[in-house]
Design a protein around this ligand. Structure first.
Ligand SMILES: [Zn+2]
Ligand SMILES: [Zn+2]
Length: 138
């Protein structure tokens, strides 16, 4: 499988680089076309004054037909592309998983306790280790 890399960040609804112990992962999600008109690419609504996308908007909008979809609902329909180096077996691999985030229990090093986080979960193709990309914590 050869994943397509984004040629610029405008193509992405999400992009992150993470280290996972001794490994790392790059995750990106392409914006997809509007499910209603199949013409426009869904994106953050633009500010009518500046023409710049409103990064913090809670919804996505189709520039062609004006279809508005709530951010989380839209993102759950997308596909995450992941290129990783497994922290356990050092295997380098690529995978695609649904971008629907799951609640996972993780051990937080800073807080020294288990916390619940939204994350994309996938498995190493070689050693089947469960790997987790958490949504950025603020
Ligand atoms: Zn549309
Ligand atoms: Zn592995």
């Amino acid at each position: 499988m050869a994943l397509k890399f984004p040629s610029n960040m405008d193509e992405c609804a999400y992009f992150t680089r993470r280290t996972m112990g001794q490994g790392n992962a790059v995750t990106w999600v392409f914006k997809e076309t509007c499910p209603k008109c199949k013409k426009g690419t869904m994106g953050k609504p633009r500010d009518p004054k500046t023409g710049k996308p409103k990064i913090r908007a809670k919804e996505y909008e189709c520039p062609e037909c004006g279809n508005v979809v709530e951010k989380e609902a839209y993102e759950d329909t997308l596909t995450a592309n992941i290129q990783y180096n497994c922290p356990k077996c050092k295997n380098s691999g690529e995978t695609q998983v649904p971008f629907a985030r799951k609640k996972v229990q993780l051990f937080d090093e800073e807080k020294q306790k288990k916390v619940s986080a939204d994350a994309v979960v996938f498995f190493c193709s070689k050693c089947k280790e469960r790997l987790v990309i958490t949504k950025k914590m603020k």
